[in-house]
Design a protein around this ligand. Structure first.
Ligand SMILES: [Zn+2]
Length: 266
């Protein structure tokens, strides 16, 4: 069976936890042997950390997500820096810019989002960790900021949406491109073309569970996605690209481990 890692799963989400322990067993049965669990808000960090401490295959990213700009406080950055000392913390995230949300609200204005993002990019540089990036309608600005900040730790652009040129701006900065459930939709032709045009060495796989439903799922419901669905992304990628499914699984897995500075774990 192909061993793969879900590079973006909100494993601490209450919905996914109600499906435990059967869900983790199903992940293992589907070859999904490791997860990166990104953080979003300071008040969720302690339960997220406690959960990941119960299994060394559940890796931590901690960060202040742009969706919650109205809830973040300056002291949360200090708390974040302290928690990043945790031995299972492998990245700062998810952090980013979301220019698709209503930016007329002061807390979500472009300057506020950029300030929070830059502060966390600087933090990641100080603690020498890669970043997990959420970026909507902001690819060019984000790449510009990362260049201006001379950010050298790399990371993952999660659920990437954009042009090949924009993807290359990120890969030139040491980032991997996160591909997920969007790819499973036939109508996502631009994404599918991008997934073929990118070098395999630049791609990592993700679900973003429990959000982002995949095509063809009868599951539906409020939380339609699960990390054990990750092989569906792999299957679609293998149907589009010239490499074998085993090659794609192996290389994307190595890409994920490398960018997160994780050792090869069986
Ligand atoms: Zn996410």
């Amino acid at each position: 069976m192909n061993q793969i890692m879900d590079s973006h799963c909100h494993w601490d989400h209450p919905h996914l936890q109600t499906l435990q322990p059967a869900l983790w067993q199903s992940c293992l049965d589907h070859g999904v042997g490791q997860l990166l669990v990104p953080g979003t808000q300071f008040n969720r960090f302690s339960s997220q950390v406690a959960l990941c401490e119960t299994n060394e295959k559940w890796h931590l990213a901690l960060g202040l997500h742009p969706y919650f700009c109205d809830q973040h406080r300056p002291e949360h950055l200090l708390g974040l820096e302290h928690l990043l000392n945790h031995s299972q913390a492998v990245a700062v995230g998810e952090i980013g810019l979301d220019f698709a949300i209503d930016m007329t609200r002061e807390a979500f204005s472009q300057p506020n989002q950029e300030q929070l993002f830059i502060e966390q990019v600087c933090l990641a540089s100080r603690v020498e960790l890669p970043i997990i990036v959420h970026c909507r309608k902001a690819n060019d600005r984000m790449a510009q900021i990362l260049r201006q900040q001379r950010f050298g730790q790399g990371g993952i652009v999660h659920a990437f949406s954009g042009s090949l040129q924009q993807a290359q701006a990120f890969t030139n900065l040491g980032f991997k491109i996160g591909l997920g459930g969007t790819l499973t939709y036939h109508r996502a032709q631009a994404m599918r073309r991008l997934s073929v045009a990118l070098p395999l060495a630049d791609i990592v796989l993700e679900t973003d569970a429990p959000d982002m439903p995949m095509a063809g799922g009868q599951e539906g419901g409020e939380y339609p996605n699960r990390p054990d669905y990750l092989p569906r992304v792999l299957d679609v990628l293998a149907s589009l690209r010239p490499e074998s499914i085993a090659q794609i699984a192996h290389q994307t897995h190595i890409n994920t481990l490398q960018v997160l500075n994780l050792p090869m774990m069986i």
